[in-house]
Design a binder for this molecule. Structure first.
Ligand code: BDR
Ligand code: CA
Length: 338
């Protein structure tokens, strides 16, 4: 299963802050029939209760109301909630759209407790995908310090290595929102941690033609709704002249799932500046530059992929639409899931 080999079929747990691209990551995993056992909600793009509500409604719409959603932390490890990213994701995180309510109650366990319980139930087959601030993961580490060696892998969307941040010149949103949590998570001895930073996610996108095709060619209400959200999201990406929207969270999910392979993912240690002007900056030291006596935990950073993820995502969302091309839309006939 991709580069994150775990013996046995992998089981996934997603911690997220939906958010338009979080929703896209979830629908991608669902369309690929990933074994998705649970979702933790964390404050990030929106407050935690809104994130949990969005996750529940989205799972119901995508036909998986059975996947439990656990509510996590509102406040970061130190300080207060940073306020969210409504300027990109809309006032409720879902472009202001009012999705039908879900009938499934929220999980009775808090997200960090649910993660620890799931880790002990599933063991090394469990792959955590973290798509928001790392608060819930840090709380889970505080509850159970054996978590990093209990689970098989963790894939984290966050950070900026050589490229500028997206909420400050130095920081990416997920790390900026809770740099203390990120620092704690990167210090832990995970068997297999992959960081998916802006350096790679900035290179994977959908175009307006793709979004138009999703809107017109799909008969799936969830895909149509995703397209409406993506049109909103596109309008909020002025850095690309509103012509493409970045696939941060879905790319991280695809790397975890193994449908996107990496051709550059060097081993490194990762630290975070937790305060001051450079708050949220990720600092990466590659193994060849590390002092030999370092005891820091080794991870890897995803820097480039072997293929463009946009067409794979389009094929997963429009499995029968190879012939329904919008001019310039990206659809390919390769398998879109592993
Ligand atoms: C990350 O920040 C959030 O706004 C997105 O959902 C993604 O997880 C990108 O920096
Ligand atoms: Ca997110």
């Amino acid at each position: 299963m991709g580069e994150n080999s775990i013996s046995g079929d992998p089981v996934f747990y997603v911690d997220c802050d939906p958010g338009i691209d979080d929703a896209l990551a979830l629908i991608y995993l669902i369309k690929c029939h990933a074994d998705l056992r649970g979702i933790g909600a964390v404050a990030g793009n929106v407050a935690v209760d809104q994130a949990a509500e969005n996750a529940r409604r989205w799972l119901a719409l995508t036909g998986r109301p059975d996947i439990p959603v656990a509510v996590g932390r509102q406040e970061p490890m130190t300080g207060e909630f940073w306020g969210g990213a409504q300027w990109i994701h809309g006032p409720n995180g879902f472009a202001g759209l009012d999705l039908p309510p879900s009938q499934t109650p929220t999980d009775h366990m808090a997200a960090a407790e649910r993660l620890v319980a799931t880790a002990h139930e599933i063991g090394s087959r469990l792959h955590i995908i973290a798509l928001g601030p790392l608060t819930n993961i840090a709380v889970a580490l505080a509850i159970d310090e054996t978590l990093p060696e209990t689970v098989g892998a963790i894939t984290i969307m966050g950070g900026a290595h050589l490229v500028p941040g997206n909420v400050s010149p130095h920081a990416e949103a997920n790390i900026f929102a809770d740099p203390v949590a990120a620092s704690q998570v990167f210090s832990a001895p995970w068997r297999n941690l992959t960081l998916v930073p802006l350096d790679i996610t900035n290179n994977h996108s959908l175009s307006r033609a793709d979004v138009d095709l999703l809107q017109t060619a799909s008969t799936d209400p969830a895909v149509q709704l995703a397209a409406t959200m993506l049109a909103y999201y596109l309008d909020r990406h002025p850095e690309f002249d509103h012509s493409k929207c970045l696939l941060h969270d879905p790319l991280a999910a695809a790397i975890a799932l193994g449908s996107v392979s990496l051709n550059e993912s060097p081993s490194c240690t990762i630290s975070v500046e937790t305060d001051g002007e450079h708050r949220g900056r990720t600092l990466v030291t590659f193994d060849e530059d590390a002092s030999p006596d370092t005891s820091a935990s080794r991870h890897r950073i995803a820097l480039s992929a072997t293929a463009d993820f946009g067409p794979l995502l389009m094929s997963a969302l429009l499995p029968n639409a190879q012939t329904l091309r919008e001019p310039d839309a990206q659809i390919i006939s390769l398998p879109s899931c592993p």
